[in-house]
Design a protein around this ligand. Structure first.
Ligand code: UDP
Length: 350
């Protein structure tokens, strides 16, 4: 138990945000999830709503926000290429205006602030695996630039607020992450392949499937977030968080077909513009500074994720130990010892 901080999570009802809120509540904190529900969903946090220390605020971080908090995790931004490319200008605003607003809030409240940055800052990397020193190879005018350059500019803002105003920052570069609670229409490769396999629909490989990614299970990633936020003040990042196991996309397709026992065929579709050909984190810095490395291998993580999507698509969950459905993942804790119990709080009129 670390306990009893007021922590805000932007993107708090999204895939990663919901797991983070759950973890922070479990550690005894007051948690404010801020979300505009663009890709987040109340369904992801329904099981947290009975906890009196949990609150959701519908808000778009491209507008300023005035709340009192001790820590901020800035996760808000659609992360799947299909979603962030629907409204690229809004994606840039979420990353840039959103970062300015959240950093301004951190500056005023003296809150420590965490930025969910991304391996996309490395673009289509020519250095492999990618260490944090690598400055990347991003096309600044391509269809992925709204996300890649938006996240790069957010990193710039974080380090400028740190140098100029002394804001305490933590910047994590997140590599591909998967797990339960991804949306069926998320569009990213792991959820797409699992959903297609479970429906016995063709598995869509973009390009020839030899491009590589490194897939991190959500629980491992959240552990990395918590360790980075708790790290000594000098540890600002940027710090890579991801699983260094590297797989070709077609290997992933074969694994999912085998694990689901699917009758799906494989179809090949054009490779999206600027799709990175290889990606694998160098996690030496996370190991050294945080004592962190992933513990869940791809097969184990896929097993839990497949069980989740089986449950989601059919209403029946396989009995795989450790599988999280929104209904079973979390038991609300008793009301906190300090502050008003929720019943009293709502009965107070103006
Ligand atoms: N991909 C694929 N089929 C899909 C979705 C994605 O082959 O149905 C490929 C995509 O082209 C990319 C890789 O899988 O090479 C990872 O894509 P994702 O959208 O999950 O993440 P990102 O490209 O941001 O790493």
């Amino acid at each position: 138990m670390h306990g009893q901080k007021r922590i805000m999570v932007t993107g708090g009802t999204g895939f990663l945000g919901s797991f983070l809120c759950e973890r922070l509540l479990r550690e005894g904190n007051d948690v404010l999830a801020v979300d505009n529900y663009y890709t987040g969903s109340r369904d992801n946090v329904l099981h947290l709503l009975d906890d009196p220390r949990f609150e959701i605020l519908r808000h778009d971080i491209t507008f300023p926000l005035y709340v009192e908090v001790d820590e901020i995790y800035n996760l808000a931004c659609p992360a799947s290429p299909v979603h962030y490319q629907i409204d690229p200008v809004q994606t840039v605003k979420t990353n840039v205006h959103g970062a300015i607003n959240m950093l301004g809030l951190a500056k005023r409240t003296k809150a420590k602030i965490f930025q969910a940055s991304t391996s996309e800052v490395y673009g289509d990397p020519v250095v492999h695996p990618q260490p944090e020193e690598y400055r990347g190879s991003v096309n600044p005018i391509g269809p992925r630039a709204c996300y890649d350059e938006g996240k790069r500019c957010a990193e710039t803002l974080f380090f400028d607020y740190h140098r100029q105003y002394g804001v305490e920052i933590r910047v994590a570069r997140i590599f591909n992450t998967y797990g339960p609670r991804m949306q069926t229409n998320d569009g990213r490769v792991v959820s797409n392949f699992i959903v297609q396999a479970l429906r016995n629909e063709p598995i869509t490989i973009f390009g020839n499937g030899t491009q590589t990614r490194s897939f991190c299970y959500v629980d491992d990633l959240i552990e990395g977030f918590i360790r980075l936020m708790a790290a000594p003040a000098g540890v600002t990042g940027p710090i890579n968080l991801g699983n260094p196991g590297e797989f070709q996309v077609r290997e992933l397709a074969e694994m999912v077909i085998e694990m689901t026992g699917s009758k799906s065929s494989i179809v090949y579709k054009p490779l999206p513009i600027d799709d990175p050909t290889q990606r694998k984190p160098d996690i030496s810095r996370a190991k050294q500074d945080l004592g962190w490395q992933p513990t869940v291998n791809l097969r184990e993580g896929l097993d839990k994720t497949i069980a989740y999507f089986e449950w989601k698509l059919s209403g029946r969950a396989r009995s795989v130990s450790g599988v999280r459905s929104p209904e079973t993942a979390y038991t609300p804790q008793p009301a906190p010892a300090v502050g008003l119990p929720v019943q009293q709080a709502v009965s107070i009129g103006p």
